[in-house]
Ligand binder design. Structure first.
Ligand code: BJW
Length: 255
């Protein structure tokens, strides 16, 4: 028995425009901890301690080393079948002349490594760091101080080096939200995958899609806060559901 409806398969098979939002849950099966699940990142660290600029300025060593640890985790893991299925969905939609956009809240770079190209990283990336003083990009060598427990500083101006991610109270990268909102407003099908949908403005994207008439499916073992406002909740892991969904779409198109 398939965990999703025939309607989702039919809509996806016919869709000219498809948009997707992903969150930490899609990388869980790769071994990257989520934020708010019981074994998530913020069971050990409170968000207000680490994911805002005041916390960083109060305790740069703690925040820099937390991100260094997460970078090391991400370098060790691989994209999973969920990431690969979304890269494949992009190819499928584009080959038939449609539009596709994947907006991810994740900073782990796994979608790009799986081959997704029409990709927006709404919350930045772990792979880059920069100086808060002169905004110069930081090199790997400059970040090495973190491993020996020192504060990583810019060799040019002495400013603190920070990860190129979006913390609470900060703006998303220029144009990123506008582009994602436009895709959400104009798509026929929207997939919201592996996100608790509590962090805005990203969490508003599935709602924009729904308000504009798209069929919106959430793929998540748990119902998110916004699930009741969407078209369908598919209860399951992204790495299992997405490959089966793609297979069902291919079978449907082939019939
Ligand atoms: C599986 C699975 C499997 C498990 N398969 N699923 C409107 C209303 C209210 C508040 C605001 C608002 N607009 C803005 C705000 C303020 C704030 C906000 O949203 N606060 C809320 C918490 C209330 N937003 C901001 O500050 C944003 N900026 C902004 O709005 O700028 C304008 C502005 C400027 C100045 C003043 C005011 C406004 C910025 C938000 C930045 C978020 N940054 C973080 C950290 C990034 C860096 C880092 O990684 O360290 O982004 S927070 C953290 O949460 C991270 C994530 O991207 C984000 C979302 O989490 P996500 O991905 O949903 O993960 P989880 O753990 O919550 O959920 C995982 C899900 O997966 C669960 O549902 C599981 O069930 C599921 N799952 N395994 C599928 N195998």
């Amino acid at each position: 028995m398939l965990p999703f409806s025939d309607i989702l398969v039919e809509r996806l098979a016919a869709a000219k425009h498809v948009a997707v939002l992903t969150g930490a849950g899609i990388s869980a099966e790769s071994g990257v901890p989520t934020f708010r699940d019981p074994d998530g990142l913020w069971q050990q660290f409170r968000p207000e301690e680490l994911a805002n600029v005041e916390a960083f300025l109060n305790n740069p060593v703690l925040v820099q080393s937390w991100y260094a640890h997460r970078r090391a985790v991400v370098e060790e893991v691989l994209p999973n079948p969920g990431h690969h299925a979304l890269a494949e969905l992009e190819r499928m939609v584009c080959e038939r002349g449609g539009d596709f956009l994947l907006a991810t809240q994740n900073v782990d770079g796994l979608h790009a490594r799986a081959g997704s190209e029409r990709l927006i990283e709404l919350h930045g990336t772990l792979t880059r760091s920069y100086c808060i003083g002169c905004r110069r990009p930081a090199s790997e060598d400059e970040l090495a101080a973190i491993e020996s427990g020192e504060t990583a500083m810019c060799p040019s101006c002495g400013g603190l080096l920070r990860p190129d991610v979006v913390w609470f109270g900060e703006m998303l990268p220029e144009g990123a939200m506008e582009c994602a909102a436009e895709a959400a407003a104009s798509c026929n099908v929207f997939l919201s995958v592996g996100t608790s949908a509590v962090v805005y403005p990203a969490a508003g994207l599935p709602l924009i899609a729904r308000e504009n008439g798209a069929y919106v499916a959430e793929i998540n073992p748990q119902r998110s806060d916004i699930a009741s406002r969407l078209s369908e909740h598919v209860a399951g892991k992204a790495g299992e559901v997405l490959p089966r969904l793609l297979e069902a779409v291919r079978d449907y198109v082939g019939t």
